[in-house]
Design a protein around this ligand. Structure first.
Ligand code: FMN
Length: 247
């Protein structure tokens, strides 16, 4: 599977809506590329679920994890990937992939099934400002920051671009691509709220990690699926990850 080059080949150009700079048509053999960043807020499991869903669809994912994101992945998901980071992106991606390929045993959906991940997962260290997604010209469909710490939120809102996560998000905003930010913190101070407002005004979709209960979640998995489904909705990707109201 290959990703379309939105900046180059005729194939890619034909797919781009010049108004929105987003892929408007998809064919079986065209793969979209999403950037997903996992930062040091609680809720790494949401990010993992989103990555898994994109890969299941057959889309490719460029993954960036902040140093604090690695810490949270270890604390919350038992994924100790830090030693792998130094040895090259391949081993971080392999670690995430094997975690995502584990059969899910709980929740209403996917009981015991081993997910088939068709897309490619590429890991980039957060200090690698030479990565393709550090440029607005990269053929990226959309970016998701999930979970998003208040620190990363503030730096994206300020346009600081001090690392690859902030720079890729800056590129998404300047190129008018979809940027979905999933902040997690409670309670929120006015600095957090103002940063969210600023980002929302700049065009980002703010999707706070706030699972609902009207769908009667029976397990944590259902709550995670709800949030992942909400993010996929914002990306314009059809999904049945959560039970929609009155459906
Ligand atoms: C266990 C743990 C949980 C945390 N949860 C949150 C959180 O939910 N939201 C948040 O904004 N920061 C949280 N933090 C703090 C961030 O990890 C910290 O501010 C970090 O500098 C963020 O860096 P990053 O934005 O580069 O990932 C948490 C830290 C730890 C150790």
């Amino acid at each position: 599977m290959t990703s379309p080059s939105l900046s180059g080949g005729a194939c890619g150009l034909a797919l781009v809506d010049p108004e929105k700079r987003r892929i408007t048509e998809r064919t079986e053999n065209i793969v979209a590329l999403y950037v997903v960043a996992v930062t040091g807020a609680s809720g790494a499991i949401y990010g993992l679920r989103i990555i898994g869903e994109l890969l299941k669809r057959g889309d490719d994912v460029d993954l960036i994890i902040s140093p604090s994101g690695f810490l949270i992945l270890k604390e919350e998901a038992g994924l100790d990937l830090r030693g792998r980071g130094g040895g090259g992106g391949g081993s971080v991606a392999a670690g995430i992939r094997s975690c995502l390929e584990e059969p899910r045993g709980r929740g209403k959906r996917g009981k015991g099934k081993r997910p088939v991940l068709k897309g490619r997962l590429n890991f980039f260290p957060s200090d690698d400002l030479t990565a393709s997604c550090a440029s607005g010209s990269a053929g990226v469909e959309a970016m998701v920051v999930c979970p998003c710490s208040m620190g990363t939120l503030a730096r994206i809102a300020s346009g600081a671009s001090t690392n690859l996560i902030e720079r890729a998000a800056d590129c998404a905003l300047k190129e008018k691509r979809t940027l979905v930010v999933v902040p997690r913190e409670t309670p929120l101070n006015t600095i957090h709220l103002e940063n969210m407002l600023r980002l929302g005004r700049a065009g980002a979709a703010i999707v706070p990690a706030m699972p609902a209960f009207y769908n009667r979640p029976a397990a944590i998995d259902d709550m995670v699926d709800f949030m992942a489904g909400k993010v996929l909705d914002m990306l314009g990707l059809e999904n049945s990850l959560y039970k929609r109201w009155k459906k």
